[in-house]
Design a protein around this ligand. Structure first.
Ligand code: MN
Length: 314
């Protein structure tokens, strides 16, 4: 059975406390449980102080057959940041702009003096799955989107080890492949109605918002379906979603699906009977959260385990 673990974002201390709380033990340097396997939903790195150590911890578990790890948008971005654009120019697949340097800063600092390890971990990131269907559960970093997944599958992007060089368009959201990967790794975003906008957690102005892809449709109210900070909820008109927007729904009879990515707050609980987000903002003073799955179709609040971040409180 699986213990599904949310976005760690460089918070090694919280990760170790969570593993201890779930009765994992470190044996010869690798955390393991006699009966259970861990599944990380991605975003091991960035923000927190110990990205390199978190990657080492999780990678050792994966390599010892004790865990699976999904690719998060932060690992995906790191691959692009460290891969020269094969189409030429003096650029990387993710430009080293001031904004991007800021975003990668915590991870770059944790790898300072460990360039060889960084290159090796980036190569390991390239092998992380974009989604997983294990016996009885589905796992993805942000959105279980069958159409986007079919497009990614059909593209052959993962057929070679050096796929970032072979498929540079994977990192361009204007390309069909880039858009599909963005949906899987960053979620479904819709343009806000009229001239509504908000500032995200990093202060960037946005006119699109992540929506709850597991249940959103025309007729639902914007503030109820948009995922984001309180500033987003305030900026949104209390209007219904127009008829020409699509209907998205994760089927109630499908296997339970787990993901991270959404920076939730509060007491961990399922978002629908078979839908759970495990990201509770540990790198912003929230909690690191896991779900201990015991084979159930209807997810239960009692199966969440949470440890507070070091600082505690928002
Ligand atoms: Mn994420």
């Amino acid at each position: 059975m699986y213990d599904l673990i949310g976005d760690v974002h460089g918070e090694l201390d919280a990760l170790e406390r969570l593993l201890v709380a779930m009765e994992y033990q470190r044996v010869r340097g690798v955390w393991r449980h006699p009966e259970r396997r861990a599944v990380f939903v991605g975003d091991l790195i960035d923000r927190g102080p110990a990205s390199r150590e978190v990657v080492a911890t999780v990678r050792a578990m994966v390599e010892a057959g004790q865990a699976h790890c999904l690719m998060g948008n932060h690992e995906f971005n790191a691959i692009a940041f460290h891969t020269p654009d094969p189409r030429g120019g003096d650029c990387h697949l993710r430009p080293h702009s001031e904004k991007n340097l800021r975003q990668h800063q915590a991870t770059l600092e944790s790898y300072r003096g460990h360039a060889g390890q960084l290159a090796d971990d980036i190569a390991w990131f390239q092998g992380l799955p974009f989604w997983l269907e294990l016996d009885g559960v589905r796992v993805v970093h942000a959105a279980w989107s069958p159409e986007a997944m079919a497009l990614v599958e059909g593209s052959g992007v993962r057929d070679g080890l050096d796929w970032p060089m072979a498929f540079p368009e994977a990192f361009d959201e204007a390309s069909p492949l880039g858009a599909a990967l963005s949906e899987v790794l960053k979620g479904v975003e819709w343009a806000l109605p009229g001239d509504a906008f908000f500032h995200d957690k990093d202060g960037h102005l946005r006119r699109e918002a992540r929506v709850c892809w597991w249940d959103v449709a025309p007729g639902h109210r914007w503030p109820a379906v948009a995922m984001g900070p309180p500033s987003l909820k305030k900026a949104l008109p209390d209007e219904v979603i127009p008829e020409d927007y699509p209907r998205l729904r994760y089927p109630a009879e499908a296997p339970p699906v787990f993901f991270g990515h959404y920076w939730l707050w509060g007491e961990p609980s399922p978002l629908a009977e078979n839908v759970a987000c495990l990201d509770y903002s540990v790198a912003k003073g929230g909690q690191l959260v896991a779900y201990r799955w015991a084979g159930e179709q209807r997810l239960q609040r009692a199966h969440f385990v949470a440890v507070p971040s070091e600082g505690g409180g928002p």
